[in-house]
Ligand binder design. Structure first.
Ligand code: UGA
Length: 458
């Protein structure tokens, strides 16, 4: 099928490249000339494992352009995956979505087209996009009403760092539209993902348990709400285990065992029960805020979602409290932070707990040393005021330090030869913000092992 994707961020590019790999003719549009040039050269502008390889394999089905005319005309499906950053009041800024919808409305034609909202947009945005499309279409086509198109929602559940895996082997595909023809077109588009009949790329083998993928076809509003309901649930699952984690610390229980024993109940599930510094990234904070903002428009309170956000923020200040408890004085202390990205396998720093922790420590007068194996350069650009604290080597982070905090559980840190660093420290305090290290082993090496959930096991 001929497909167009507007916006080449994480979601747009992953969607475009995956659909091209699956055999569709895909044109990706972005207004950023430099980005398009880079993509034409086969280089993705984002860090995502295997994206360059999949792009190379799908190159014959992929076109990159800045022209709506080239991408939209004749496409059966047009995905809109533009950014929707948060406004000060928590609701998303839909400027980019509006201008994309206007451009699509002016260009669309040549058969029935499904315009799909792939960006996470507030509930009701499908209708709003439909109205913008129709206005732009009618103005451009000499007031000829009723263009042959319909709007659908196809929320994305991919995780940064495993975006391609999640796209090719999803737990489910959700499509929502008030137009039955759109649902039929999208089911056809995803046919070989739904029945898993494509040949997997050698570098992304199919997981053993993958059967046919369930398709959830709904009306527009339900699909839009599913995205928020899913992200808010994941966010509150993490905050819940962090809440229990603090109690575990107080009563002397081991939160890792508690999470395991709880999560093995199939009704609960063991994923997203990893206690620690809590969630960051572009999605959970933005989506929980947007959900609360939408609910407020309907005079509906969401106390559980609000609590999940509060608990998550508290985890960040808890790092400072925990270090203060241990070191008594933070002023003048040298504290190293391992990991700046909001999670491993991405260079994304948006709402990263590590960045907040760094700023909180500085505000208390501590001196900080920052390290990340992948996100350091991006950190330098996005946080120039903190860039002087970046270290090139781990030796620099540990040398003469009073404490080191593991903020992001990069494999490189987990596999570190920890015996080499303890002797460099002034105070061998190690705060494992992700419960990712072996407390017994580190204690034997001479570290004072701390966590946010009590120091049991040390
Ligand atoms: C999240 C969702 O997992 C995706 O399903 C969704 O599509 C995406 O948002 C989105 O809306 O675009 P993502 O933000 O990429 O994906 O990252 P996650 O892997 O979900 O991790 C989010 C944060 O939660 C990270 O900071 C991670 O360290 C933290 N986390 C995750 C925990 O603290 N504990 C856990 O058990 C799991």
């Amino acid at each position: 099928m001929k497909v167009c994707v507007v916006g080449t961020g994480y979601v747009g590019l992953t969607t475009g490249v995956s659909l091209a790999y699956l055999g569709h003719q895909v044109t990706c549009i972005d207004l950023d000339e430099a980005k398009i040039e880079q993509l034409r050269g086969g280089r993705p502008p984002i860090y995502e494992p295997h994206l360059d390889e999949l792009m190379a394999e799908a190159a014959h089905n992929l076109t990159f352009t800045t022209s709506y005319e080239e991408g939209v005309r004749g496409a059966e499906v047009v995905f809109v995956a533009v950014q929707t950053p948060s406004l000060a009041n928590g609701s998303p800024d839909l400027r980019f979505l509006r201008s994309a919808a206007e451009s699509i409305g002016r260009t669309v034609g040549g058969g029935f087209t499904v315009v799909v909202n792939k960006s996470t947009v507030p509930i009701g945005s499908g209708n709003w996009v439909d109205a913008i499309l129709r206005d732009a279409y009618e103005q451009h086509h000499a007031r000829r009403a009723g263009g042959e198109f319909a709007v659908a929602s196809n929320p994305e559940f991919l995780r940064e760092g495993s975006a391609l895996h999640d796209t090719l082997y999803p737990d489910r595909i959700v499509i929502g539209s008030d137009n039955p023809r759109s649902l039929e077109v999208l089911a056809r588009l995803y046919r070989n993902v739904l029945n898993q009949s494509f040949t997997p790329p050698s570098f992304l083998p199919r997981p053993d348990q993958t059967d046919a993928v369930p398709l959830v076809s709904t009306d527009l509003a339900s699909a839009e709400l599913i995205k928020y309901a899913a992200n808010a649930f994941l966010a509150l699952k993490i905050s819940y285990i962090n809440e229990i984690g603090r109690l575990a610390g107080k009563v002397g229980a081991d939160i890792v065992q508690v999470a395991r024993g709880t999560g093995l109940d199939a009704r609960i599930g063991s994923r997203f029960l990893q206690a620690g510094l809590g969630w960051g990234g572009s999605c959970f904070a933005k989506d929980t805020a947007a959900l609360i903002a939408t609910a407020a428009e309907y005079h509906h309170d969401m106390p559980i979602v609000r609590a999940a956000r509060d608990v998550n923020q508290r985890q960040r200040t808890l790092v400072v409290d925990r270090l203060m408890e241990e070191l008594r004085i933070l002023k003048g202390r040298r504290i190293g932070l391992l990991g700046l990205a909001f999670k491993p396998n991405t260079d994304d720093l948006r709402d990263s707990p590590a960045v907040d922790v760094a700023r909180l420590l500085l505000a208390r007068g501590a001196r900080i040393r920052l390290h990340d194996p992948v996100a350091a350069e991006r950190f330098r650009r996005e946080h120039p005021d903190l860039a002087e604290n970046l270290c090139h080597s781990l030796d620099e982070v540990f040398d003469n330090s009073d404490a080191v905090v593991l903020c992001t559980e990069w494999a490189q840190y987990l596999e570190l030869d920890w015996s080499k660093f303890v002797g460099l420290m002034n105070n061998p305090v190690l705060l494992d913000g992700r419960l990712a290290l072996d407390p017994g082993r580190l204690s034997r090496l001479g570290y004072r092992y701390l966590s946010l959930t009590g120091d049991s096991g040390a």
